[in-house]
Design a protein around this ligand. Structure first.
Ligand SMILES: Cc1cc2nc3c(=O)[nH]c(=O)nc-3n(C[C@H](O)[C@H](O)[C@H](O)COP(=O)(O)OP(=O)(O)OC[C@H]3O[C@@H](n4cnc5c(N)ncnc54)[C@H](O)[C@@H]3O)c2cc1C
Ligand SMILES: NC(=O)c1ccc[n+]([C@@H]2O[C@H](COP(=O)([O-])OP(=O)(O)OC[C@H]3O[C@@H](n4cnc5c(N)ncnc54)[C@H](O)[C@@H]3O)[C@@H](O)[C@H]2O)c1
Length: 471
C-alpha cells in the first residue's frame, strides 16, 4: 500500500530541519525520513566539536606568549588530551540534545530509514512506499576517503571519528589543507602533537588571493610542517602509516583525512528523475528557489555542494521548505558569500573571490597587521588583509583575510558588501580606537587614494597619521 503525504523531507540535518520548520507552518501531512544518526553534522561531528577542540588547543597555546607578558611558569603547563577530548564530547552531547528537540514531537511522521526515489513523486523506504506532492532532498555530505586508504582502517581518522578518540598519538599527518585540514592541523599541533600537513595543491583554507595565501602559509608554518603541492602516498608500516611524497618518506601514528566531502546522493535513486547529474551526482537546481529542474523536488544544504557551510544550509532549507508548500516556487535573494576558517589568525573570504574578479576592473587595498596597535598589545600582530573594489564606482566587491579577529572584520565587510556600500561609505562609518578594525580602515584608505577624492567636508577623507597610537 502506498502512503500519501503533502511533503517528504529526506535528511534531518540543519537543512532538513530548517525546511521542516517552514513546512509545519502550513501542513501536518508531512514525513521526515532520516538515514543515520540524528543530531546534525554541525552539532555531532562538525562546527561545534571542532570549535570546542580549537578553543582547548588555543588556550594551551597561549602559554607561548606568557613570557612576553611577563608571566613566568608557562613552560611548566601540560596538556591533558584525554580530558580535553572528554570536554569536547560533553559539549557536543549538549549541542546534539538541543537539535533533537526539533524532532521529538513528530511521532510516526519521523521515519528512520534510507529513502530511494522510484519516481519523481514516489519514494521507497525499506518495505514502505511513500508518495509525496513535494520532496526535499537534504541528505548532507560525508568525508572522502580514497578507496586504497581503507585497508589502513582506524589509522585513518576523519572529522567523523576524530572527536571520538579517547587519546591522540604523538605524531600525525593531516592530508588536505582546505578548511577542516587547516583548522584541525593547527589545533592538533597546539595540543602538542607533531603534525605534518600535506595538500596536493598550493592553496590553504580555500583562499584564492596569492598574497593572503602566502601570509596564511607563513603563519601556519610556524606551528607545524606544511607540504604544499605534495601528493602523499600512504601505506601500512606495522601498526603505523608510511607517507611518501616528493622528498618525504616518514612514518606517522595516524592520519587525519581532510580531502573534502562527497554529497550523500548516491543510492538515492536519482536516476529515476530522468535528469543528467554533474560529476558529483548533483542534479541541476535553481539556487534562488532550490527547485530541481522543473520537478516537484527541492535540494538543500551540503548535498547540493553550492556553499557547504551552516548558515547557507539553513537558508537553503528555509527556501526549500517555503517553496514546497507554496503554490509556485518563489525566488529568494541570497546572502553575500562568506567563509571563515577558525584558525589563528582567522582566514576568511567575503563577497567575490579574488580569482573570480576581473583584475583590470578591480582596485586592491592591502594592509599588514604586523604594526596594528591593538594586535601588538595582544601579541597577535601577524597576518594581512586585502579588500577589492570596483575601479570606477568604488563599490566594495570582496576581501580575503588572514588576520587576528578576521572573523569579525569578515562580518563587517559582508554587511557593507550586502548593502552595496562604496569604499568612502565605509570610511564614513565610525572606527573605535584601538581595535584591529583600524587595519581594515587602513586598507580602505589605500583604496580611497586610488579613487576620486571624497569632498573636503567629508570624514571619509580623514588621513592616517602613520603612528599606532594616533590611528
Ligand atoms: C568538521 C566540520 C566542521 C565544520 N565547521 C563549520 C563551521 O565552523 N561553520 C560552518 O558554517 N560550517 C561548518 N561545517 C559545515 C556544516 O557543518 C555543514 O555545512 C552543515 O552541517 C550541513 O548541513 P546539512 O543539513 O546539509 O547536512 P547534515 O547536517 O549532514 O544532514 C544530513 C542528514 O541527512 C541524513 N541522510 C544522509 N543520507 C540519507 C538518506 N539516503 N536518506 C535519509 N537520510 C539521509 C544524515 O543522516 C543527516 O542526518 C563544518 C563541517 C565539518 C565536517
Ligand atoms: N569553518 C568552517 O566554516 C568550516 C569548517 C570545517 C568544514 N567546513 C566545510 O566542510 C567542507 C569540507 O571541508 P574539507 O576541508 O574536507 O574540504 P575542502 O574542500 O575545504 O578542502 C579539501 C582539500 O583537500 C585537498 N585534497 C584533495 N584530495 C587530496 C589528496 N589526495 N591529497 C592531498 N590533498 C588533497 C584539496 O586540494 C583541498 O585543499 C568545506 O567545504 C567547508 O565548507 C567549514
Amino acid at each position: 500500500m502506498t502512503e500519501n503525504f503533502e511533503v517528504a523531507i529526506i535528511g534531518a540535518g540543519t537543512a532538513g530541519l530548517a525546511a521542516l520548520r517552514e513546512v509545519r507552518k502550513q501542513t501536518d501531512n508531512f514525513v521526515l525520513i532520516n538515514h543515520g544518526p540524528y543530531g546534525t553534522t554541525c552539532a555531532r561531528v562538525g562546527c561545534m566539536p571542532s570549535k570546542a577542540l580549537i578553543e582547548a588547543a588555543s588556550a594551551f597555546h597561549r602559554r607561548k606568549a606568557f613570557a612576553e607578558f611577563g608571566i613566568r611558569g608557562g613552560e611548566g603547563l601540560a596538556m591533558d588530551i584525554p580530558s580535553a577530548l572528554e570536554r569536547v564530547r560533553r559539549l557536543r552531547d549538549g549541542f546534539v540534545a538541543g537539535t533533537l528537540k526539533a524532532t521529538e514531537d513528530l511521532g510516526a511522521r519521523n521515519l528512520a530509514g534510507r529513502a530511494r526515489f522510484l519516481e519523481p513523486n514516489l519514494l521507497e523506504v525499506g518495505a514502505r512506499r511513500l508518495r509525496a506532492g513535494k520532496i526535499i532532498i537534504a541528505t548532507g555530505s560525508r568525508p572522502i576517503i580514497p578507496e586504497d586508504w581503507r585497508s589502513l582502517e582506524d589509522r585513518i581518522l576523519t572529522s567523523d571519528t576524530l572527536f571520538e578518540q579517547t587519546d591522540l598519538p604523538d605524531k600525525m599527518a593531516v592530508i588536505g589543507l582546505g578548511v577542516i585540514g587547516v583548522e584541525m592541523a593547527q589545533a592538533l599541533a597546539r595540543l602538542g602533537i607533531e603534525i605534518h600537513a600535506f595538500d596536493r595543491g598550493s592553496w590553504v583554507g580555500n583562499l584564492s588571493d596569492p598574497d593572503i595565501n602566502q601570509t596564511a602559509q607563513d603563519c601556519l608554518e610556524t606551528e607545524f610542517k606544511l607540504y604544499c603541492g605534495a601528493t602523499a602516498e600512504l601505506s601500512a608500516a606495522e601498526d603505523k602509516v608510511r607517507i611518501r611524497a616528493e622528498g618525504v618518506d616518514m612514518v606517522v601514528d595516524k592520519v587525519l583525512a581532510a580531502l573534502g566531502r562527497r554529497p550523500n546522493l548516491d543510492g538515492l535513486g536519482l536516476e529515476a528523475l530522468g535528469l543528467s547529474l554533474d560529476g558529483k551526482g548533483v542534479p541541476p537546481f535553481d539556487p534562488l528557489t532550490m527547485q530541481v529542474a522543473d520537478l516537484p523536488i527541492f535540494i538543500a544544504g551540503d548535498c547540493n555542494q553550492r556553499a557547504p557551510v551552516l548558515h547557507e544550509a539553513a537558508d537553503d532549507g528555509h527556501i526549500a521548505g517555503r517553496n514546497a508548500v507554496a503554490e509556485s516556487p518563489q525566488c529568494h535573494a541570497r546572502r553575500t558569500p562568506m567563509a571563515i576558517v577558525f584558525s589563528d589568525p582567522n582566514i576568511a573570504q567575503v563577497g567575490r573571490r579574488f580569482s573570480d574578479l576581473d583584475q583590470a576592473q578591480t582596485l586592491v587595498g592591502a594592509v599588514s597587521f604586523k604594526r596594528s596597535g591593538r594586535a601588538l598589545a595582544a601579541a597577535s600582530n601577524r597576518g594581512a588583509l586585502r579588500v577589492y573594489a570596483d575601479k570606477h564606482s568604488g563599490t566594495l566587491l570582496g576581501a580575503e583575510i588572514c588576520a587576528p579577529q578576521g572573523e569579525h572584520m569578515a562580518h563587517l565587510l559582508a554587511l557593507a558588501i550586502q548593502q552595496n556600500l562604496c569604499v568612502n561609505d565605509l570610511l564614513r562609518l565610525p572606527f573605535y580606537h584601538p581595535v584591529v578594525e583600524e587595519g581594515l580602515r587602513k586598507a580602505l584608505r589605500r583604496l580611497a587614494k586610488q579613487l576620486p577624492a571624497a569632498p573636503a567636508s567629508d570624514l571619509a577623507g580623514c588621513d592616517a597619521f602613520g603612528a599606532e597610537a594616533l590611528d
